[in-house]
Design a binder for this molecule. Sequence first.
Ligand code: UDP
Length: 477
Amino acid sequence: MEDAVVLYPSPGIGHLISMVELGRLILKHDPSFSIKILITTPPYNAGSTAPYINRISTTTPSITFHHLPIISLPLDFSNSPNPETLAFELLRLNNPNVHQALQTISLSSNVRALVIDFFCTAALDVATTLHIPSYYFFTSGALSLAAFLYFPTIHHNTTKSFKDLNTHLEFPGLPPIPASDMPKPMLDRTDKAYEGFYSYSTALPKAKGIIVNSFESLEPRAIKAVSDGLCIPDAPTPPVYYIGPLIAADDRTDGIGGRPECLTWLDSQPSGSVVFLCFGSLGLFSVEQLREIAVGLENSEQRFLWVVRSPPTKDKSKRFLAPPEPDLEALLPDGFLERTRNRGLVVKTWAPQVAVLNHESVGGFVTHCGWNSVLEAICAGVPMVAWPLYAEQRLNRVVLVEEMKLTLSMDESEEGFVSWDVVEKRVRGLMESKEGEMVRERVIAMKDGAEAAMREGGSSRIALTKVLNIWKRGCNY
Ligand code: UDP
């Protein structure tokens, strides 16, 4: 029977892409494995995955997709508190499907490992029942791994919610983190999603191992704190494998075989001159904020490529639907597109980020600090301005700015608003100031570190070989 690794990502295109990339990496180093990916179709919008799955099925036959039956959620979406709660609940209800799928796969393969990600913690029980070793794929950095592992300790040391602490938190291996910079669902102890994050943090050490999309020279202090056991003071830390930077394949086509307009536009811009603004798969701004960004960009006099989405809907029943295509003329200030026509391009909704960052005309990146975006910028050697919006991005910013010194910070008001003059100053600072130059030099050095980690004999390659050998030997459960 063949050796199989089963990957079980949370719903959503972002989670799926990360897992597929992990699958590809495994196959590249040991083609004797087969990769099976469990697909959960949520009863809410998490981005269309079908075209992507079709493409991977055709190009990489050793990766097969197993669609789990659709789960209906016994929740009223319009009233449900937040997407995280929905996701935890959905994946808890998914357990019988996961059990069934693993049993079916086991009939024709030796399942050597079940690899899960963030929202799939409930599946650890299934793996235990079936005696399959389970691993987490941690798609953020060691800095947030350190924070998550230590979070239960902080939870037990206080009775207050982070939102009421008004202080800095001391995590092993990290600079002091303002309590308000923790992920939003963790701010309030009474929030249902807080429970999900707490269970996740306490479950992480129960896995056979944690595979992290990062590399040693990027985060030496956080990595040491984790490996020294400082983040889990009263129990053993499982083996942690830093196998990154694993980034999405550079897709230079527009989905129908052509070259995207924004890349053609970049071809005509001077080398290193363009600031790219893009805010992950979910980043949305209000109309007021979009206009402020536009004025800041215009005043900065820099060249720019800006991905703009429609603002969040106020209609709660549409909260989980994909936003409609933006009407740029209506959203942006009067005459903005015309006035900046010779030095700026606004793209609706999505741009091929990896290809853009690697284009030689791009010299700066205003990012929401999603971990994939951070790694993609490092691999392309592009310095950043950090403008975190959701998830663990504020935490990432603290470390990126204060410790790694790979980004400048976009300083927002307490309500999260950034005025045009701050946008102007930061964008100009990134592209023209001494401070911007220093960040650029550090990112370029880190790019070399990333390449070294992934080379034969590099730290990430060694870590990957270690975990694959364990799977190959069929380590006893
Ligand atoms: N991305 C892209 N084009 C866009 C927006 C996002 O290609 O217009 C990709 C980006 O390259 C990255 C992923 O989507 O691989 C976003 O992941 P990240 O972890 O940065 O943020 P998230 O979307 O999870 O918040």
